[in-house]
Write a protein of this length. Structure first.
Length: 373
């Protein structure tokens, strides 16, 4: 099914190679396929550039070296090696920064949750160096935003935004802070309000797990809840990077999810059941994630998820060009497909009508519905 979509792409072999490499472990069949693909006349510049776009350079480099080193030009391997070394250092810097920030909030008595970033690299990928991390994602209660900003600024972090301005907190859902190469993305929600995802910070925090023994105020999101959070994030960004699908696949394979009924419950609580089902479908279909049989059966009963998945697969192969190829009507249809309730569709329909250029029916529009953060 997905292979048929990829076959129409001029870079089908390169795209398939990246899907094979975009996972921590490859089985014998996948390793054999990597060897077959590497033996073709590939455009290795495309392989490198798309691995950059999809944020899977460490994984791609690991599997190229392990399975097909002789097929890869030395120049390309050298370029991968340089980038991976820099990424490894950045991940270590971010991890140290996370522990510093955790200590600041612990001392201040402000509750904080961490998700994605270095925490996910360690817990799901099993190795800090294997997941590309751009920043540290944090979630806190909206009421603590001003106090949290004061804490971060007192420790040398800077931000271009003044979170004390009501219009800032009302219009956006996260604020960026930076200090010496450590970037923080501080969230009080996970998506724009018009997408109608709902996050209960108190509930997530109560079920969270301390990131360091003895810490009372700083926790990481429980794996079952993390699945819903990761899928909301991926759906918000059209699942346009393989890394986001890889996060789902590696969380599945980590063995940390003990209660799949809780995953379903968490998905319902955030109003994101279909977003979670799509994330699971993508992880299974594109990256070979092994779901429990009862979860797979449940997935097969979900109407429309496979259609959404095929659309995502098509966008994925276009990499950075996908955004310019998504018409407003395509975006609208995708968002509607993710909604199971009319009350979730209503604010998105209103936004579509407001964003649509006058005199069009949406078919030819290239304007975006929401910027990609």
């Amino acid at each position: 099914m997905i292979g048929n979509v990829a076959a129409h792409s001029p870079t089908a072999s390169e795209d398939e190679l990246l899907r094979c490499c975009g996972r921590v472990r490859v089985d014998d069949l996948t390793a054999e396929r990597v060897e077959q693909l590497a033996g073709r006349p590939l455009d290795w510049n495309v392989v490198f550039e798309k691995s950059w776009w999809h944020r899977i350079r460490p994984l791609t480099y690991q599997h190229l070296c392990a399975h097909v080193r002789a097929h890869v030009p030395d120049r390309v391997l050298g370029l991968f090696g340089e980038h991976v070394a820099e990424l490894n250092e950045r991940n270590r810097r971010l991890h140290r920064g996370l522990l510093d920030v955790a200590s600041y909030f612990e001392q201040a008595g402000i509750r904080l949750l961490t998700f994605k970033g270095p925490t996910l690299a360690i817990d799901a990928y099993g190795d800090l160096s294997l997941r590309e991390c751009g920043d540290i994602d944090l979630l806190l209660h909206r009421d603590d935003l001003a106090a949290a900003s004061d804490v971060l600024r007192s420790h040398g972090f800077e931000s271009a935004w003044d979170v004390r301005q009501p219009e800032i907190a009302d219009r956006v859902f996260a604020c960026e802070f930076d200090r010496s190469g450590v970037q923080l993305d501080v969230h009080w929600d996970l998506a724009p309000g018009w997408l109608n995802y709902r996050v209960d910070f108190d509930e997530l925090w109560e079920s969270g797990i301390p990131i360091v023994d003895g810490m009372s105020y700083v926790r990481k999101i429980r794996p079952e809840d993390s699945m819903a959070v990761l899928c909301v994030h991926g759906a918000k960004h059209w699942w346009e990077r393989l890394r986001w699908i890889g996060d789902i696949a590696e969380l599945i394979h980590s063995g940390q999810i003990d209660d799949w009924d809780r995953v379903e419950l968490a998905a319902s609580r955030v109003h994101g059941r279909r977003s979670v089902h799509l994330g699971l479908w993508l992880a299974r279909s594109l990256l070979g994630a092994r779901l429990p049989e009862d979860v797979s059966r449940r997935l097969r009963r979900q109407r429309g998820v496979d259609r959404l998945g095929r659309q995502v697969a098509c966008w994925l192969d276009r990499a950075e060009q996908a955004a310019s190829g998504r018409s407003l009507r395509d975006r609208f249809a995708f968002r509607m497909g993710l909604c199971e309730r009319w009350r979730d569709r209503a604010p998105q329909i209103w936004r579509y009508l407001r964003e649509r250029p006058a005199g069009t029916v949406g078919a030819g529009s290239r304007r975006g519905v929401t910027p990609r953060r």
